[in-house]
Design a protein around this ligand. Structure first.
Ligand SMILES: C=CC1=C(C)c2cc3[nH]c(cc4nc(cc5[nH]c(cc1n2)c(C)c5CCC(=O)O)C(CCC(=O)O)=C4C)c(C)c3C=C
Ligand SMILES: [Fe+2]
Ligand SMILES: [Fe+2]
Length: 344
């Protein structure tokens, strides 16, 4: 068997032009694992409302963070891929779940190199229906339709692997070394509460009241909320943060359904109102900096904090193409390619 790796991230529009943003959002939000309502309701909501109202504002936000080389999320994912490729002996391809760099093209690129066994590596530390699951389901559909002889193994999550927590903690420590901060906020991308209940394999564990996520259960293998809180807990333990000096929140809610609480914007507001003058924010649901970290957190979040009387607002970059992170992913890939460990 000849082995290869397909890294997969979310994707971005081709440009920050409203036309391209609309096309991208259309594909993204019509995914039944992102907006998980019946097709008729999704059509009404996405094509009838969101795509007629959101693309202009989203395009303006994308324009603020766009780089000369392109979308930060894509450029940073490419840098990560290139650095990993230099460290490992197997071909490493990159694809995006939405947009032009499709998973089909990524699999084809590997098949063209004679690969018959692929490690599908979604670039998300925590498992969620709207991220990891939609990637693995689509890859399997593509395999059945176009690449029936391909074997695909998937990495479902790596949120609690001790070496990942160590790399993340080291990066946070390095970025906060000479900074003023009284509070560290761990802000994760939000999801509707319903997604968490749907992913509960036990169908009885998830209560969304917080207690379930701290009670051991096999539901946690697929519980995004539990996995986010675990990352906060493990990093705080590693960096010896004192109780009350850090917290967890969820950002980027969309629509009127209840999403995971507490919301990041309200939390920043509350911290400012409580008299916190210096805060830091880390975003461990994102491997690569993107619209949600560079605009929603670093720009909008900072503005909210300053309006509430806050002073220093430090944003810790995502792991991006951090050398320790590159070494870690390369180590896991090499172990898999030599069949030493099961990374899935
Ligand atoms: C119902 C809507 C959404 C769910 C559920 C959702 C989950 C989810 N998303 C990410 C990661 C990213 N999302 C990004 C952008 C983005 N997300 C949504 C909606 C949902 N996400 C929208 C509408 C957008 C587009 C931007 C906007 O109009 O505000 C991005 C950034 C992409 C980029 O190009 O930079 C990332 C990354 C996760 C991890 C997640 C669930 C865990
Ligand atoms: Fe999102
Ligand atoms: Fe829970």
């Amino acid at each position: 068997m000849k082995k290869g790796v397909l890294l997969v991230n979310l994707g971005s529009p081709d440009s920050p032009d409203p036309k391209d943003v609309k096309k991208y959002l259309g594909e993204f939000l019509m995914d039944e694992r992102v907006i998980d309502v019946p097709l008729w309701a999704r059509n009404l909501l996405v094509k009838g409302i969101i795509l007629n109202t959101r693309p202009k504002a989203s395009a303006a936000a994308y324009k603020k963070i766009w780089w000369d080389e392109g979308s930060p999320l894509i450029v940073l994912s490419e840098r990560l891929q290139n650095k990993i490729q230099k460290e490992v002996d197997v071909p490493v391809a990159l694809a995006m779940r939405y947009g032009s760099m499709t998973i089909k093209k990524g699999l084809q690129e590997l098949v063209d190199k004679g690969i018959d066994e692929v490690l599908l590596f979604p670039l998300y530390p925590q498992y969620a229906m709207a991220t990891t699951e939609t990637i693995t389901v689509l890859a399997e559909e593509l395999r059945q339709q176009y690449f029936p002889n391909l074997k695909i193994e998937s990495v479902l999550a790596f949120y609690n692997k001790p070496d990942y927590i160590e790399v993340l903690s080291n990066s946070i420590k390095r970025h906060l070394e000479d900074k003023n901060y009284e509070h560290v906020l761990f802000s994760y991308h939000g999801v509707p509460e319903r997604h968490i209940r749907k992913s509960d394999v036990t169908k009885s564990h998830c209560k969304i009241d917080g207690s379930c996520c701290a009670t051991p259960s096999k539901a946690h293998e697929f519980c995004y909320r539990h996995q986010c809180y675990e990352v906060t807990r493990l990093v705080a333990e590693t960096l010896e943060f004192k109780e009350g000096t850090y917290s967890t929140s969820f950002q980027s809610r969309l629509g009127f359904d209840p999403w995971l609480l507490p919301y990041t914007d309200r939390t920043i507001e509350r911290l400012g109102k409580q008299g916190i003058k210096n805060m830091a924010i880390v975003t461990p649901a994102f491997v690569s900096d993107c619209l949600e970290t560079l605009e929603e957190i670093a720009m909008e979040g900072q503005e909210i904090f300053h309006e509430m009387g806050g002073k220093d607002f430090t944003t810790v970059p995502c792991l991006n193409d951090d050398d320790e992170f590159v070494n870690l992913l390369s180590k896991w890939i090499t172990s898999w390619s030599k069949s030493l460990v099961d990374v899935s």
